[in-house]
Design a protein around this ligand. Structure first.
Ligand code: 9Z3
Length: 327
């Protein structure tokens, strides 16, 4: 078999895996509602701009996907991600003038709410004697900023929040989002910070009811999730500027793995991060360079996402000017 046939075979295998994944996935309950919200959001942000060509729109994915083990799901395999990266990045993208589609795991960190305590309702508020509710003094600035900034972004049509839990929901939603994003060409960016399941149980192979605890071994077969990054780049939104993340716990292999992902999935950049230092430093790997990006430690409240989004926004602008230059 020659090399070209080999790559054709691989493509066919991927295509059939992708088809099998979507054919077997339980359909989204609120599919039409999501499509309607998305179309409205993208239309709105395509009209409004200073230069007449529409705003840049980024889809930020955030949090981990679950892979259910039962159709009436009690148990699932989860992926680590608090959603801090995605929520923080969303705030900096908004500051940089982007409209943001925030595709997030239900219950994970939310934009503008990072400085609130774990249980904001119970910790930030107190009942007065007349049973009115008031904000505790210690939290008044954090609560006010969260409410004002969040509502300002959503009400002005710059932030659209869409929740997922399972790998089935996440990939169907990513595919739906990519359709209108394809229409805006290089102005679209995908910033894929979500931690996506590598393995899943296909819906048709999954037991319906809760797995019983009688046996000594839990015998469940998980198969690889098809690599949708390739499909996103090749078919779903070929002109969009695509950033993926590479997470490792062993810093010795991190950069090589990021470089591998850059080439394999044809990304415009891969953000390499090591689990324990991910809030301090990341490395942006592109075809030409490796740029270390660090949080400004002299400022207590600086985030690594601040310089990271500045850099990616500049690269995105250069890409919009000349999409062929970067790939
Ligand atoms: C990341 O690497 C994110 O930066 C983190 C952020 C999940 C580490 P937190 O949400 O953490 O702030 O707590 N995301 C991508 C992780 C991932 O699963 N990447 C895959 C891989 O490394 C490629 S899609 O193979």
């Amino acid at each position: 078999m020659d090399a070209s046939n080999g790559s054709q075979d691989t493509e066919q295998t991927l295509d059939s895996q992708v088809k099998a994944f979507f054919d077997s996935a339980p359909p989204l309950q609120n599919r039409n509602d999501i499509i309607q919200k998305l179309n409205h959001f993208i239309q709105l942000n395509s009209l409004s701009s200073e230069n007449g060509i529409g705003k840049r729109i980024v889809c930020v994915t955030s949090g981990g996907t679950t892979a259910p083990l039962e159709q009436r799901c009690v148990r699932y395999v989860d992926n680590f991600s608090s959603g801090h990266r995605g929520a923080t990045s969303t705030e900096y993208f908004l500051k940089a003038g982007y409209a943001v589609i925030f595709l997030y795991r239900r219950g994970s960190f939310q934009p503008f709410c990072r400085s609130l305590p774990d249980d904001p309702l119970l910790e930030c508020f107190e009942a007065t004697e007349g049973l009115n509710i008031q904000v505790r003094e210690a939290y008044s600035k954090a609560v006010k900023t969260a409410i004002v900034d969040h509502h300002a972004a959503v009400d002005s049509g710059l932030l659209l929040k869409l929740p997922f839990s399972t790998i089935f929901e996440y990939l169907q939603m990513l595919q739906i989002i990519s359709k209108p994003m394809k229409d805006i060409g290089p102005r679209a960016m995908f910033y894929l910070a979500a931690a996506v399941s590598d393995f899943y149980v296909p819906w048709k192979d999954m037991v319906e009811h809760k797995i019983q605890s009688g046996s000594h071994i839990l015998d469940v077969k998980l198969v690889p999730v098809p690599k949708m990054l390739s499909v996103l780049r090749k078919d779903w939104a070929p002109l969009a500027f695509c950033i993926s993340f590479k997470l490792e716990t062993d810093s010795n292999i991190l950069l090589n793995k990021a470089r591998g992902a850059l080439e394999k999935y044809n990304m415009h950049a891969v953000v390499a991060n090591e689990l324990s230092t991910r809030k301090e430093q990341v490395v942006v790997v592109t075809i030409d360079d490796k740029i270390t990006v660090q949080r400004d430690k002299s400022k207590a409240d600086d985030d690594v996402e601040n310089p990271l989004i500045k850099l990616l926004s500049q690269r995105h602008s250069a890409y919009i000017e000349d999409p062929k230059r970067m790939r």
